[in-house]
Design a protein around this ligand. Structure first.
Ligand code: HSE
Length: 434
């Protein structure tokens, strides 16, 4: 083989990093493959001042790339659902292999795209879709293929982690940090995807599918964002020995599979509690290996390009040996994917941090404790602060033991109906990650 030629669609942050990595590491990449990887064409509506395209065939119509007979691998880096889906399906129809960093596309349309790729005998690789530069897809699909995966939990949105870290460490305002994340190219085109947990939900669905051998089911994920996390809760969590992280959690239980994204208190002694800024980390627990932890940059041009180029190299190597990619897209043969039920959030069992504002008078605490006890919820820890001079309200912080979400929510409704409780109870889920 003389070379493998890629056609890149899109010229944003990740595409600019991909061109950069293919150029600066060309010698190593060529030595690894046994032949060079060449950029045959770039399709992009506009130029990117950070990318020198003077020696590359550039088209303004991204669909030119998928019909270009020179192109072996189409690299889809435009993001979003459309026209990315149409582009990828057209590339597959034309017998092109596809490398994509598009988590939204894989999470929502992956089942259809993989089926089309299988019919055409081409590969769709998506390492860069989850956790930026961390090779987590490869780790689960290949490195842990001897295990039955019990659960995984991860910080899988760099923007959200960057915001929470800056708020906690520097007391910066939410909007201010978000603007910086956008300027650095971390945030999604629509940043509510980062803040409201949608981006993390896309990634969690993909991780759960390859971990458990279930079809991609984006509609079944529970997602709660970080916009309501207040600095007071960050401080109380710290006092209790916890850190608040925005986690994606997937767990097999006897009742079904949990798939949830939400702010979570985790013990400060866990390594994951120290994963800060734009870094991502994923813990995966396999029944043979036990707990494993993968850590690295979760967003940004070069880290994400690292994963894109690794996929290009993988596909290029398989082209050179004319062997069909031996790994099914989700790691399990399509006909073996299981129909295990995804649990509604009400049926999920976890511990809770509850913050209440209560009137400082005798008997209040016992009433709250009685409601929790009636709901079968045991109290693990409790903090009550003195009231401020100008108020007779005091904050009461309760850590519960594990309980079903529906029991906790019903207890919260009863607590909020007490006339000695002011406003709403703030619940945040707690995970020990043991
Ligand atoms: N917006 C995403 C993040 C980019 O912040 O993690 C990487 O997927």
């Amino acid at each position: 083989m003389n070379s493998v030629k890629v056609g890149i669609c899109g010229l944003g942050t990740v595409a600019s990093g991909t061109v950069d990595v293919l150029r600066k590491n060309a010698e190593d990449i060529s030595a690894r493959c046994g032949f060079p990887i060449e950029i045959a064409q770039i399709g992009a509506r506009r130029d990117n001042p950070n990318v020198d395209t003077s020696t590359i065939n550039v088209t303004r119509d991204i669909f030119d790339v998928v019909i270009n007979p020179e192109v072996d691998i189409v690299v889809e880096l435009i993001g979003g659902y459309e026209p990315a889906k149409a582009l990828v399906l057209k590339a597959i129809e034309n017998g092109k292999h596809v490398v994509t960093a598009n988590k939204a596309l894989i999470a929502v349309h992956g089942n259809e795209i993989f089926a089309a790729a299988s019919r055409q005998g081409v590969t769709v690789a998506y390492e860069a879709a989850v956790a930026g530069g961390i090779p987590i897809i490869k780790a689960i699909r290949e490195g842990l293929s001897g295990n039955r995966i019990d659960w995984l939990a991860g910080i899988i949105n760099g923007t959200g982690n960057f915001i929470l870290t800056e708020m906690r460490d520097k007391g910066r305002a939410f909007d201010d940090v978000l603007k910086e994340a956008q300027a650095l190219g971390y945030a999604e085109a629509d940043p509510t995807f980062d803040i409201e947990g949608i981006d993390a939900a896309h990634k969690l669905v993909i991780l759960a599918s390859i971990a458990f051998g279930i079809p991609l089911q984006f509609d079944s994920v529970f997602a709660e964002g970080i916009s309501k996390v207040s600095p007071i809760d960050v401080a109380y969590a710290e006092e209790l020995g916890y850190v608040i992280k925005h986690l994606g959690i997937a767990r097999r239980t006897e009742q079904g599979v949990e798939l949830r994204v939400h702010p979570t208190l985790i013990p400060a002694r866990r390594l994951m509690a120290h994963v800060n800024g734009v870094m991502n980390a994923v813990m995966v627990h396999g029944n043979a290996v036990g707990p494993t932890l993968y850590n690295g940059a979760g967003a940004g041009a070069l880290p994400t390009a690292s994963a894109v180029v690794a996929d290009i190299v993988d596909v290029a190597r398989s082209l050179a040996t004319s062997s069909k990619q031996p790994i099914a897209p989700l790691g399990f043969q399509p006909e073996t994917l299981s129909g295990e039920m995804i649990l509604p959030i009400e049926e999920v069992e976890t511990a809770y941090y509850l913050r209440l504002s209560v009137v400082d008078k005798p008997g209040v605490l016992s009433k709250v404790a009685q409601i929790l006890s009636d709901a079968g919820i045991s109290i693990e820890a409790l903090i009550q602060k003195e009231h401020a001079e100008d108020s007779d309200l005091v904050p009461l912080i309760i850590l519960t033991n594990k309980t079903l979400e529906k029991n906790c929510m019903s207890a919260i409704t009863s607590i909020e109906s007490l006339d000695t409780i002011c406003g709403s109870v703030v619940p945040i889920r707690v995970e020990s990650l043991e």
